[in-house]
Write a protein that binds this ligand. Structure first.
Ligand code: F6R
Length: 359
């Protein structure tokens, strides 16, 4: 049940420290990645990776896909519903990774079946043991987030992103010519602290009062670059899904190529700091600010974006690979509290289903 919480979504946001501890449990050994079902060498024949996913899982796949590319492995991240028109050719050296919490999303199953028919190797990254994706793929890795009841995916996003980050390091070790990130030991060490950092965000977040202050706006924009872009897109999806307010996520650098025309004093811009390539986010946030938009920075206290921002949602300073996931928790809380203040049916938003089994 929901226990002490008003909604499953809030419960699931708050159980992320436990979910993440379960996700990483036993998967880091001697400074390296350990996957029960995928021992070292599993991907020695892999040359490139295609991720296929929908919605929130697509955003987690974007986060993971970037880490795979940073490891020197060719990777594309594709919307499952667009697989036919966007996927490059595949063969037995292509690993097609279906990222799907439920393991039952029709678009994702269809994409991965097409890839398998064409000879690709397949891997399911899912929350549900025995799901269709897990049964049909050549291999499966479980994200171990525990059951998610709220229609809006929260803890499964975090656990998916972390699982994919670990997968990126297995690929880095296995794929010829790939290389683990230079500071892998530090990155994995910081991962072990991630549940505690999420706990800090949950305990200190000022998202509720910020939601109240900004709620009377026309539109809500979310911007970020690099890993921050996927967090911005996810922030906007969650916000529109449960508040029914107009929200959009953009790559920060794209703002000036059109969306800036929408920016006024009535459109707060939430700018995600990731500790990575954030310069563009800062410059474009300043552009929006000079058109009157209030800027909210989400990131560590000493981040340059915070200096220029009108408001700040703070996250602990950690390895830059994980900062975006902490920012995402702040954005989950922002969406939740905004929807709660609007009295929306948070766990069952109109027109949406937990598992989308039609194409
Ligand atoms: C958004 C949300 C959806 C799902 C999408 C894929 O909060 O939950 O966008 O992420 O329908 O679902 P799965 O991961 O089950 O394939």
């Amino acid at each position: 049940g929901k226990g002490e919480y008003d909604h499953y979504m809030l419960k699931e946001i708050n159980t992320q420290p436990t979910a993440l501890s379960n996700t990483i449990e036993g998967r880091i050994e001697d400074g390296d990645v350990a996957f029960e079902s995928l021992p070292p060498g599993t991907f020695a024949d892999v040359d490139s990776v295609q991720f296929v996913a929908c919605g929130t899982s697509y955003h987690a796949a974007m986060y993971g896909g970037q880490l795979v590319r940073e490891a020197g492995v060719r990777a594309e991240v594709l919307r499952a519903s667009e697989y036919e028109s966007t996927a490059g050719p595949v063969d037995e050296t292509t690993l097609v990774v279906a990222v799907t919490q439920s393991g039952e999303t029709a678009d994702t199953l269809d994409a991965v079946r097409k890839a398998a028919d064409r000879g690709a190797r397949t891997l399911a990254v899912t929350n549900v043991v025995g799901s269709t994706a897990a049964r049909e793929a050549d291999d499966a890795v479980y994200i171990r987030a525990g059951p998610e009841v709220g229609v809006a995916a929260t803890k499964t996003y975090s656990s998916q992103a972390v699982t994919l980050a670990l997968l990126s390091q297995r690929l880095a070790g296995d794929v010829p010519d790939a290389a683990p990130v230079a500071d892998r030991a530090a990155m994995l060490e910081a991962l072990e602290d991630l549940p505690q950092h999420v706990e800090t965000v949950l305990e200190t977040s000022t998202a509720e009062s910020l939601a109240e202050e900004t709620l009377d706006s026309e539109s809500f924009f979310f911007i970020g670059n690099g890993r921050g872009r996927s967090v911005a897109l996810e922030g906007a999806l969650k916000f529109k899904e449960i508040t029914y307010e107009h929200a959009e996520g953009f790559a920060a650098g794209e703002l000036k190529h059109g969306p800036l025309a929408l920016v006024t004093e009535a459109t707060p811009v939430f700018a995600v700091a990731t500790g990575g390539a954030d310069d563009k986010t800062k410059t474009n946030a300043i552009e929006a600010q000079s058109r009157g938009a209030p800027i909210v920075a989400i990131g560590p206290d000493d981040h340059p974006l915070v200096d220029i921002a009108d408001a700040h949602l703070s996250v602990p300073d950690t390895h830059p690979v994980w900062t975006g996931l902490l920012a995402n928790v702040q954005l989950q809380l922002l969406s939740y509290h905004a929807a709660d203040q609007l009295d929306r049916p948070i766990d069952k938003p109109r027109n949406l289903a937990k598992s989308v089994t039609v194409e």
